[in-house]
Design a protein. Structure first.
Length: 363
């Protein structure tokens, strides 16, 4: 999601400068590759690029292919066979062992609705679908489309696939027959970015808010102190909420990709906020501080007749974070972000070297 956001920002800058652009999208991968289908890169006619389609081995040649797409004003499919060890044959140094197909699409006023669709996806808190169509044998390419932009005569045969993608939360590849010949489709399932709500606006939460934004998460800072929760201190946060817990809750939205971390260092504020959260369905609530603080909070909540369900209790992580040996606020931020990502994505943290299956699920 962060890549889409960066591409939209780069597009806006290039548009203001009057620069022509092309979008490069990885549409399929056979074998091993650093980036998976759905990876994107925006290239401007002056050679600047945003995003990545590889670990750096394809970008040099991709810039030339993008320039050609811009000049010709036509979509272009390029296949990189990284299984060929003769790097000189391709003119690029390829470090992976796979076949990568990349679609280059010129972006101009005639199709800037594509960028508008990216904006809608970024702003939505619901899963989205993007369809990228390309002719396997260099014919006519549909390019990247929202499902609403697909011709009605093809929607009927695609509807079951679109339903499956949403139901199973997994992208799919297929080939359909069209009036222009076969069209290979990459039907991409896109999930919203994680929304991190940080309750507390002390100096120690700054690294956490910065790191979350760096990853591409949406960040909200909540505090009752106007001297702390303000745009001078958190100018790049998506939202700043000032007020008491009950007031703040009226301005917060929760979904299945929302995480809340209580870091105020004020027991009463944390207690009041946790009381409010008993009425919300949040997949991750982190409590800064030792286990003794967690137990005190639970006991005081029970004494006040406030109880969490068993499911809610499983979603409360106190102390917050993974045991990485963190000491500094930046290290704690890494620990907390790592745990949140693992929980939201449904992963059990482990060393990748211990995995016996591919690192990435096949797309």
């Amino acid at each position: 999601m962060k890549e889409l956001g960066d591409i939209v920002k780069a597009y806006e800058r290039a548009k203001l400068s009057g620069l022509k652009m092309a979008l490069a999208t990885v549409v399929s991968v056979d074998g091993s590759s650093y980036r998976r289908p759905g990876a994107r890169m925006l290239v401007t006619e002056d050679g600047q690029f945003t995003g990545a389609i590889s670990g750096g081995c394809l970008e040099g040649d991709a810039l030339r292919k993008a320039a050609l797409a811009i000049t010709q004003g036509k979509k272009k499919l390029v296949v990189y066979d990284t299984t060929d060890e003769d790097d000189a044959k391709l003119g690029v140094q390829l470090g992976c062992n796979g076949i990568v197909r990349i679609l280059f699409e010129p972006i101009d006023k005639s199709n800037d609705l594509l960028i508008e669709s990216f904006k809608k996806i970024i702003d939505s808190r619901e899963p989205s679908i993007l369809v990228t169509g390309y002719h396997p044998d260099h014919g006519i390419h549909w390019g990247t489309l929202l499902t609403q932009a697909i011709q009605e005569k093809y929607i009927k045969q695609l509807s079951p696939i679109l339903d499956n993608v949403l139901a199973y939360k997994k992208s799919e590849h297929l080939i359909i027959a069209t009036d222009e010949g076969n069209q290979a489709l990459f039907v991409e399932y896109i999930i919203p970015a994680i929304s991190l709500i940080i309750v507390g606006a002390g100096n120690d939460i700054m690294p956490l808010e910065n790191m979350a934004r760096l990853i591409g998460w949406s960040t909200t800072v909540v505090d009752g102190r106007p001297t702390h929760a303000n745009s001078l201190r958190f100018g790049q946060a998506n939202k700043i909420v000032l007020g008491k817990p009950a007031e703040a809750m009226q301005q917060l939205l929760f979904d299945d990709r929302t995480a809340v971390v209580l870091m105020t260092h004020n027991y009463n504020y944390d207690f009041a906020m946790l009381s409010e959260l008993a009425n919300a369905n949040v997949p991750y609530i982190g409590l800064l501080g030792p286990a003794a603080k967690r137990e005190r909070l639970f006991n005081d909540l029970a004494d006040n007749g406030i109880h969490f369900t068993d499911v809610q209790l499983k979603n409360i992580y106190g102390p917050t974070g993974l045991d990485l040996g963190a000491e500094t606020s930046s290290e704690i931020a890494l620990s907390v972000c790592s745990e949140i990502m693992a929980v939201i994505e449904g992963k059990l943290p482990q060393h990748l070297r211990l995995k016996t299956t591919p690192i990435h699920a096949s797309i």
